[in-house]
Design a protein around this ligand. Structure first.
Ligand SMILES: *Cc1c(COP(=O)(O)O)cnc(C)c1O
Length: 481
């Protein structure tokens, strides 16, 4: 106990710590209040360490304590949301922000953000304009729809459309399509939230047109089709085509709504991607309201697109909840720029990062791996690097059973565990996220942009060469968050 009392007494005073060069050096770039807080917290932390961990013997020299406080201050200063290199190979990684944006989309956001814009101002007439006019014509042209609007995300689009079209009534859904899309988005719960009664029909694997027909009652407002975007039912299955469902709905004066999930605007089957129903096909089949995400395979910003027949879209647009879900000008700018690429499918494939990654051939990825492996040969004493075949997932609840053939760099560190390597890369700047497989770290290049290759190499170089303890410095790259 006396020992510890002694140690406690040796903790330097906050003022003393503040005057050490490690901290005073930061005073130009760091607000004083943050430096003070960091020094106080560090001192308190040391006190706790000494009291709670009797074996601990922290370095209590003012210089060392100031170093610790400086790292704390730098953590407070650095942005929480930051770019990450996605080497997982999963294209639409929801945890990593889904779709990266095209250059034009980035530029459009920047230009609109910098000053004022005609967001809701009609430059022709000089009168009030409409926020969604900037994308409606494009969406209608690309999808063959009569009208379109946009909200914050597809979950919001589904909730809003259901509420506006079927509140207090019934919607008929096949049991094979009662989807859960991660988090709290479950079709039955969304319907309940929208005040819509769910009428389930059919079975998990088979639903027939007669199931829908027999379920129609006085309270029925619509048929809801949900794209089974994150699973597939295979084997002995049957579902009702959009055409047949639309024909039945027309006969009984009902609406048909389809939640497409990802919402493909292009048929990518020439690139070995399985055929998905495109938005245009759903609209062409006569579906009244189609909804889909902006940041899945479309490759744009987070948004929920609602399009289809004019009357139904108008009803949705006029609903009071629409105002609570409206998108901001930055999203609108990015969405418009992304949609413009699709006017020329070749341009879309060239400019939209998600489509470019989807269409990249396995051979192309292997060539990039070979080049990087060669550049990593200088690190041979620190790690063995191999090229291994590794397929990619699309992710984000799209094309669930599709594996895109590709390659990854498999890094086996010699002085670290693969887990330690992964941890340190994750704590670098920029952080790199890969996947561990049997004591090696896989870095899949399908989701790493060419422009990120140098940063990836630099990150590996730094981490593999510094295998001792956490390096100390003013900018600690391996800081644990
Ligand atoms: C992804 C998805 C959603 C949710 O879309 P967000 O844009 O993430 O809100 C809803 N329905 C389906 C079928 C989906 O795949």
């Amino acid at each position: 106990m006396d020992d510890r009392k002694n140690l406690l007494r040796r903790i330097p005073a906050v003022d003393r710590v503040l005057n050490e060069p490690a901290l005073s050096r930061l005073s130009a770039s760091c607000p004083r209040i943050l430096l003070l807080e960091s020094a106080q917290e560090t001192v308190a932390e040391l006190r706790r360490e000494i009291l709670e961990a009797p074996q601990s013997s922290p370095d209590l020299s003012p210089a060392a304590v100031a170093q610790r406080a400086a790292r704390r201050a730098e953590r407070k200063l650095s942005p929480s949301l930051q770019p990450v290199i996605n080497a997982t190979g999963t294209l639409l990684h929801t945890n990593l922000g889904r779709a990266p944006l095209s250059e034009s989309a980035l530029l459009a956001m920047q230009e609109v953000a910098r000053g004022y814009s005609n967001l809701e101002f009609d430059l022709d007439s000089g009168e009030r304009g409409h926020r969604y006019a900037h994308v409606e014509e494009l969406l209608c042209r690309l999808a063959g729809a009569e009208a379109a609007t946009v909200v914050n995300n597809n979950a919001g689009a589904v909730l809003l459309a259901l509420t506006a079209l079927a509140k207090g009534k019934e919607a008929i859904v096949s049991r094979g399509e009662l989807v859960e899309i991660g988090g709290a988005f479950r079709v039955p719960d969304v319907m309940a939230a929208g005040g819509v009664t769910l009428r389930e029909v059919g079975t998990t694997n088979k639903t027939h047109l007669k199931d829908y027909r027999e379920a129609i009652g006085d309270a029925t407002a619509l048929f809801l089709k949900v794209h089974t975007s994150n699973y597939r039912i295979v084997g002995f299955t049957a579902s009702v085509s959009a055409q047949d469902l639309v024909a039945l709905a027309r006969e009984r004066s009902l609406l048909v709504m389809e939640d497409l999930g990802s919402g493909m605007l292009l048929d990518l089957s020439p690139y070995g991607i399985p055929r998905e129903p495109t938005v245009r096909e759903a609209v062409g089949a006569g579906i009244d309201i189609v909804t889909f995400s902006g940041d899945k395979l479309l490759g744009g910003p987070q948004a929920g697109v609602i399009l289809g027949r004019r009357e139904a879209v108008e009803k949705i647009r006029r609903h009071p909840m629409a105002r609570a879900m409206r998108i901001d000008k930055l999203t609108l700018a990015a969405l418009e720029a992304t949609l413009r690429h699709y006017l020329d499918p070749q341009e879309a494939l060239r400019e939209i990062p998600v489509l470019r990654m989807l269409a990249a051939s396995a051979e192309e990825i292997r060539r990039r791996c070979t080049r990087l492996k060669r550049r990593l040969s200088a690190l041979a004493e620190h790690a063995a690097v191999e090229i291994v075949a590794e397929p990619s997932q699309v992710g984000g609840g799209a094309l669930p059973t599709t594996e895109l053939p590709g390659f990854a760099l498999a890094v086996t560190p010699r002085k670290l565990s693969a887990q330690a390597l992964a941890d340190r890369l994750r704590h670098g700047r920029p952080p790199v996220v890969g996947r561990i497989q049997e004591e090696r770290l896989l870095l899949n290049l399908r989701t790493v942009a060419r422009e990120e290759e140098n940063e990836l190499l630099r990150a590996l170089d730094t981490v593999l060469r510094n295998t001792d303890d956490q390096p100390v410095g003013t900018l600690n790259r391996f800081q644990h968050g």
